[in-house]
Write a protein that binds this ligand. Sequence first.
Ligand SMILES: Cc1cc2nc3c(=O)[nH]c(=O)nc-3n(C[C@H](O)[C@H](O)[C@H](O)COP(=O)(O)OP(=O)(O)OC[C@H]3O[C@@H](n4cnc5c(N)ncnc54)[C@H](O)[C@@H]3O)c2cc1C
Length: 481
Amino acid sequence: MQNKIYDTLIIGAGIVGCSVARYLSKYKGDIAVLERYEDVCCGTSKANSGIVHAGFDAKHGTLMAKYNVEGSRMYPKLAQELDIKYRNNGSIVLCLSEEDRPKLISLYENGISNDVEGLRIITRDELLTLEPKVSDEAVCALYAPTGGIVCPFDATFAMAENAAHNGAEFYFDTNVTAIVREEALWKIMTSNGTYLTRTVVNAAGCYSDVFHNMVSSKMIRITPRRGEYFLLDRTAGDHVSHTVFRLPGKMGKGVLITPTAHGNILVGPTAEDIEDKDDVSTTAEGLDKIRHQSSLSIKDLPLNKTITSFAGLRSHEDGHEFIIGEAEDAEGFFDCAGIESPGLSAAPAIGADVAEMIAYKLDLQEKEDFDPYRTGITDPFALSEDSLNELIRVRPDYGRIVCRCESITEGQIRDAIRCVPGARSLDGVKRRIRAGMGRCQGGFCSPAVMEIIADELQMDISDVTKKGKGSRIIVGENKAL
Ligand SMILES: Cc1cc2nc3c(=O)[nH]c(=O)nc-3n(C[C@H](O)[C@H](O)[C@H](O)COP(=O)(O)OP(=O)(O)OC[C@H]3O[C@@H](n4cnc5c(N)ncnc54)[C@H](O)[C@@H]3O)c2cc1C
């Protein structure tokens, strides 16, 4: 058992846990994040649409609506402070028949009630000027100029790095197994020892009901709602420029088509309630559904340019609402539960609010030296020729390309491992700087990336993993067999 008593322990290093950590690191206090996987951003935060929703969809009066709109307003400044890849590309909801027009109007009215700026219903003619490839069936659309796109990995890593820079600790491979109250403290049992803390933040994604129900008699239930996707190559990247939705249905926002912050096109997601909180497999039926549904919105979508498919799990709470704040019957236990979509958009606002609640509860004082800034890893191709030459003179590894599809250099890979918290696996490198994220999906660069990881972390190459424990890549020697 650790002797240290923390002010706050946060369970889960997704976008929500890292956002709470970042905003709480503004205050004097000891905080740490406990994560069962080997890195930040291994849960739902790594597998979503990457959209900063404008906030017209979440039902007026709900926490979802409040935090969505606030979070969406925070992103532009946050992106500057933390050097996050974010673009305000605007979003469009298509209305594919006159019969559906009243539904579009009520969506517009809900957005106006939520205080979303600039919302307009646009005619088919205006729609075609914004998105020339929309379906011939589209009669009009809702246009939300404040909608945006963000790299969800970048946003999560940036929050984590900035929190760490301001004193937050991170414990990986630390699976929380039980939480018990001991006098004025919480005792957290994990696969990596026992921790003591004054307050707990439950940001465990699909598992947030498990932890809430351990300490509260007011039970909640989270159902994993799986969403599958196709990711298209960057050569298809200009097929749409806005995020294009259909009218939302009972199971959510439906299949959408959007550019990503890195210039790919993302098509999906499906929505299917499942039992297994970790089942992120894709299915033939799900992918067929996406093929069919996307063709109803956008013409000639080049799905033959798919480079990968994947799935993520929404933390769907029975009441379809975020559960945020101190549990009524568990003093010092703060929930961030049921954070399904628009959780990525809402995360900055949730983080700021929960940090404030905890600071008030513990009477934490603000630090004089909090540093809100974080600089991401240098993109050599964003530099002028002179600056690039100077960089390569000082860091020759920035002159050696390792990932050809995404033009990623050895220097960037080394910096992805050296940052704090840094990459420890192939996926950790991939999510931080995109080596292995392109057309060949790591087929070419993986061995070279593994060598760099082994060199940086002073480990045997056979111990390098794809994504932490249980995912070793080298299992033996061909010739020895
Ligand atoms: C298909 C899909 C599309 C989406 N699209 C969007 C979108 O476009 N825009 C938007 O705003 N939102 C979107 N969302 C929602 C958004 O992705 C989530 O709301 C957000 O990522 C939730 O973040 P989180 O930190 O709560 O959860 P997670 O990222 O899942 O983090 C929870 C963390 O807790 C850890 N954990 C769990 N159990 C334990 C344990 N026992 N011990 C230690 N750690 C533990 C997990 O390993 C995980 O890392 C989408 C979601 C899905 C599934």
